[in-house]
Design a binder for this molecule. Structure first.
Ligand code: GUN
Length: 277
C-alpha cells in the first residue's frame, strides 16, 4: 500500500494564515517576480504564484524578459527593485535560459531574497540563523512530516540538477536528524544509491525518471517534478511506484502548492526584516 501525500489542504491552511497576517499590516507587502524566456512550466509556476499572492493581499509586479536577455539588463532591473520601498520581495524564476544564476541571484538584496537562494541566506541557514528559508525546502519538509515517518537516523537522497535547490533541503533534513546526500541525475550507480535510501526527493524535471528499481520497497518519495506528458501534469516519479513506495507526494497537489504558500510567508517575513527598527 502506498499512501499518497496531499499538499493542497496543508497549503490552504498556510495561505489563510498568511492572509490573516497581511490584513493586520499597515500596508501590503510587495513582491516582484522576474521571468526570463518562454519555458511553459516556469510560466505556469509564476502564474500560480501571482494568483496566490493577489489572493492574500500581496501587491505583485511581474517582469518578463526574452530568453536572450543579457545578465546586465536583469541586474539593472534588480538594482531598481532593490531600491524601492514598496517592493519587499524579489523572485527570479529558475531555471534561467542561459544567464548566470549566481550573478543574477547575487544581485538581489539578500533581505528581499524570498527564495532564500542568495549566498548570504544560504550561509545564514547553515549557521542556523536563517530568516528567509527557501520555500521549496520548507515544502519538502512539510510533506515529509505529513508522512508521519520518524526521521531520526534515516538516510535520504536528493536527486536533482542543481545544488541550489538541494543544499537547503539537506540542511533542514540534517536538523531533523536525517543523513542526506545530493545525487546528480547522472551520478554513477545512481539506481543503487537511490535504492539504499529511506527517503528520496526527486527534482530532475523528467516525467517518470524515478523508476521502481531505484526505490526501496516502503520508501518515502517526495516528488518535486512538474512535467507535462500528453497534456497531463505529472511528476518525476514513475506511476509504477504506486504499490511499491510507502509514501508518495501527489503531483500536481503536493510540493507545488506548499512551495507557493511558504513563499507568501517569506514575503511577509522579508517586509518585517526590512522595516524592523
Ligand atoms: N523553479 C522551480 N521551483 C522554483 C522555486 O522554488 N523558486 C524559483 N525561483 N524557481 C523555481
Amino acid at each position: 500500500m502506498t499512501e499518497i501525500l496531499n499538499g493542497r489542504v496543508l497549503a490552504n491552511n498556510i495561505r489563510e494564515k498568511a492572509a490573516t497576517r497581511i490584513h493586520k499590516l499597515p500596508h501590503p507587502p510587495g513582491l516582484a517576480v522576474i521571468l526570463v524566456g518562454d519555458d511553459p512550466a516556469s510560466h505556469l509556476y509564476v502564474g500560480l504564484k501571482e494568483n496566490a499572492a493577489k489572493e492574500v493581499g500581496i501587491y505583485i509586479e511581474k517582469y518578463e524578459f526574452a530568453a536572450d536577455t543579457k545578465d546586465d539588463v536583469l541586474i539593472s532591473k534588480i538594482d531598481e527593485l532593490n531600491a524601492r520601498h514598496d517592493i519587499h520581495g524579489i523572485l527570479v524564476q529558475l531555471p534561467l535560459p542561459g544567464q548566470s544564476v549566481d550573478k543574477i541571484i547575487g544581485a538581489i538584496d539578500f533581505k528581499k531574497d524570498v527564495d532564500g537562494f542568495h549566498v548570504e541566506n544560504r550561509k545564514l541557514l547553515l549557521e542556523n540563523k536563517a530568516n528567509l528559508v527557501p520555500p521549496i525546502a520548507l515544502a519538502v519538509m512539510r510533506m515529509l512530516q505529513a508522512s508521519h515517518t520518524p526521521l531520526q537516523n534515516k538516510h535520504a537522497v536528493i536527486i536533482g540538477n542543481s545544488t541550489i535547490f538541494a543544499e537547503p533541503i539537506i540542511e533542514l533534513m540534517k536538523e531533523a536528524g536525517v543523513e542526506a546526500q545530493f545525487l546528480a541525475r547522472n551520478s554513477t550507480s545512481l539506481a543503487a544509491k537511490s535504492r539504499a535510501a529511506d527517503i528520496i526527493v526527486v527534482a530532475v524535471g523528467e516525467a517518470g525518471f524515478l523508476q521502481r528499481d531505484m526505490v526501496k520497497a516502503g520508501a518515502v518519495v517526495i516528488d518535486v517534478g512538474t512535467n507535462k506528458k500528453n497534456g497531463v501534469v505529472v511528476g518525476d516519479a514513475a506511476p509504477e511506484l504506486v504499490g511499491h513506495a510507502g509514501f508518495m507526494s501527489k503531483v500536481p497537489g503536493g510540493v507545488g502548492p506548499l512551495t507557493v504558500a511558504y513563499l507568501l510567508f517569506n514575503v511577509i517575513k522579508a517586509m518585517e526584516l526590512q522595516e524592523r527598527k
